[in-house]
Every structure is written in structure tokens, then in C-alpha cells.
Design a protein around this ligand. Sequence first.
Ligand SMILES: Cc1cc2nc3c(=O)[nH]c(=O)nc-3n(C[C@H](O)[C@H](O)[C@H](O)COP(=O)(O)OP(=O)(O)OC[C@H]3O[C@@H](n4cnc5c(N)ncnc54)[C@H](O)[C@@H]3O)c2cc1C
Length: 423
Amino acid sequence: MEYGINIPESPGKRVVVIGAGFGGLNVVKGLKNAGMQIVVVDKNNYHQFQPLLYQVATSGLEPTAIAFPVRGIFKGFKNFHFLMSEVKKIEPTRNVIATEAGELSYDFLVIAAGADTNYFGIENIRHISMGLKSVPEALQLRNRIYKSMEIVSRVVDEKEKEKFLNFVVVGGGATGIELAGAVAELRRKVLPRDFPEIDFSQMKIFLLNANERLLDAFQPQTSEKTKKDLQAMGIIVMNNAKVADYRDDAVIYNNEERIYTKNVVWASGIIANVFDGIDNLGQGKRIITDKYCRVKRLDGGIYDNLYAIGDIAVIPEYVMPQVAQVAIQQAQLAVYNITHEDKIMFTYKDKGKMATIGRNKAVAEIDKKRFSGFFAWFLWLFIHLLYIIGFRSRLEVFSNWVWNYVARDQPIRSIIEIKRDET
Ligand SMILES: Cc1cc2nc3c(=O)[nH]c(=O)nc-3n(C[C@H](O)[C@H](O)[C@H](O)COP(=O)(O)OP(=O)(O)OC[C@H]3O[C@@H](n4cnc5c(N)ncnc54)[C@H](O)[C@@H]3O)c2cc1C
């Protein structure tokens, strides 16, 4: 079959945006009335709300609650086009990108393609572990949790049972903590109701963190509080535990220490998505930009019409965390700089950071003030609800949360997958 790109020639300037994540969406919103043609190219036809992926993975939310079709988000936008295709190459000298569907020219290009899981070259881990960067991965993890329990319920060998009952979460950042906490909540109330034949006192959840403390972007007191809360939930927290390999059904860390498990979740690092044609890359393969978010060339010059924002980009003078607020604020800056002659430099307004640990438990830091417990948890829920796109999804997430809280339930527990022999 022959493909082509059916996007009409634009009488005005054409802005192509690679990626419909937090960065890309906010570029489109900002350019709504700029009189330019906007083309978003994404390999998926939806925007995914990554902060709630772990709730899909632990059966608290349906995937549709956090995945929003891009065409639906921007229906009614004039001069907006969407192309579902993977971008392979960028040719800044020709002002063209190469996609699976063909070439597309641009007047301005905004690269907002985010990042993927970094396995740091540990091939065995890449093969057997589960990442948590996308909706399909969250579904894979949800299936794995319930498949493991089904296997435990019928296996007789104690050593085999142990492998399926052990859950190892690698990574002491917000994702690792949130996931470990959510699995512990499942173990406490939800799984024992479904599997009365399993002795859940034997189910162990390990959180392996290569750094000295959890949440190392937060203040040390917050790290300590988080560790205590997780331990109180029965999670085995190990700091300074560097995972090196996975062999013979065991995670190997530090000096050949082992945890036997079939369930490994890798939440330990990210690496920017790279494109042929862009080779001025910094740490974590992030595209190096100037303070105006324009892509820097290897010879020190800049591409005037090429912007990189969000997780994929880095301004070497002030390296920022790879979080949604940076992507959103850089998108707003890129919009301004595309539409104005007088360009402005990026400065990050840190609105604070937070991580949820479990029922009624979270930590937050806003303006150097520290919060924890119920207040931080409530704040976390409120802010995440606010950022979800669309009234229907907000209502869906809210009603799920209320149900899960009141009924102490995580209702979405079906194993739905195409049959494959994984065990
Ligand atoms: C599990 C998890 C939890 C998180 N929790 C929080 C949180 O609580 N708070 C917070 O602030 N941040 C959180 N983050 C980080 C936050 O989600 C990211 O910083 C943010 O999504 C970055 O936005 P972005 O636009 O740069 O990239 P993304 O949102 O990742 O979007 C990138 C888009 O590019 C598309 N794409 C990638 N490659 C290609 C290609 N070759 N061709 C076409 N399209 C492509 C992808 O499909 C995707 O739609 C979390 C991240 C994860 C994974």
C-alpha cells in the first residue's frame, strides 16, 4: 500500500510539533490564534497522562481515563492537523522531517518527543523487566500482577511460589515510590479478597534504590519520612542497592546479592528519544538548546527555527528536572519566541514537587516548605485532577478514586491480553 501525507499546503507559516505530550499540547494551545498552520506528529493517536500510569498498572483506573485522542482534544481548532506516524529523521538544513508516512516540511519545528526508559545497557533487565512509561506498559504490568497471583494459586513448589510473590521495584524516584506503595495497598486489602488460598504474608515488595536516599531531588527530611512511611506499609526499602543484572530468575545487585523474582519493574532512569539528524546531545541524550529553547548546532551556532522542549531537551547552563511543569513552561516560551521577534529566555518557575505513597500518605515540597500525610495526599489528588484533560475524564478519575477509597477496592482486575507464553 502506498502512503502519503494529505496535509494541505499552508498559506501562512507551518509549525510542526513532534510529540503530543505535555510540551506538544501546550504549544498547540498557545498557537491557537496565531494564524499559523499547526501539524502535530505523534506515533500514538493519544496524549497520555504519565503521572497516573501507576494507577492503571495497579488496577485503580481504566487506560481510557488517562489516554486522550489528540484529534478529539483539538477538534474545532482551525488550521490544525494531526499525523499519526513515527518521526525517524530531522533535516534542519532542508527544513524537513522524515516520518514513516513520508516527508513533511516546516517553517518552525518544535521537538517535544520526550524520553523513554533507560536500562543503562543491562540487556537481561531490558528483556525481563517492565517499564512504566506508556499505557501499554501499564497494562502489561497490571496483567503481570494478576497472572502472578493466578500462578501462585496453583503452584505447589515453595521456591517457585516465592518468585511470583516477590515484586522488585527498581528506582527510588517518585515513580518507584508511587508504584511500590500502590502494590502494597493491593497486597493489604484487594488481593487477599480475590485469592483467599494465598498466604500474603509471604508476598514481599522490594524497593531497590541505587542512591543514598529516596527522592533525592527532595530535602533529606522528606526522603526519610518517605522511607519510614513505605517501611510502615511493609515495603523492604534498600538504598545504595545498585542493580547489575538479572540471571537465573534473580535480580542481582551490589556484590552478587540476589532476590528471586519473576516480577521486576524498572523505574530507574530515562533517556531522551533520539532522531537521526540531531547530534548535539548532552547527558541522557538530551538535545542541547540555548536559553531560548532553540536547538544548538555542533559548531556552536543555533537553528533559528528549531526548538526542543520538555524531557527531550536540556539547557546546559541550568539543567532542570524532567517533569511536566518544565515541558509546559518551555512550550509557552517556544510559542512566544516563534510568534515574536524579541525573544525571551527561559526561567523555570518551580511550583513545587510531590509524590504519593499510599492511602492518606504523600509528601510535598512547595516554596521550601515540607508537607506530608493527609494534607499532602489531598493536595496531590486535587492537583492531578486539575491537570487531567476534559470534564468526562476528570469525572471518571474522580469517581474511581472515591469508589476505591470508600470501598477499599481496585476494581479493574481482569487480565486482558493476546495469549502469549510468557512464563
Ligand atoms: C510514570 C511517570 C510518572 C510521572 N509523574 C510525574 C508527576 O507526578 N509530575 C510531573 O511533573 N511529572 C511526572 N512525570 C514526568 C512527566 O510525565 C514528563 O516530564 C512529561 O511528560 C514530559 O513531557 P514531554 O512533552 O517532554 O514528553 P512526553 O509527555 O513524554 O510526550 C512525548 C510524546 O512524543 C511522542 N513521541 C516520542 N517519540 C516519537 C517519535 N519518534 N515520533 C513521533 N512521536 C514520538 C510520544 O508518543 C509522546 O506522546 C512522570 C513520568 C512518568 C513516566
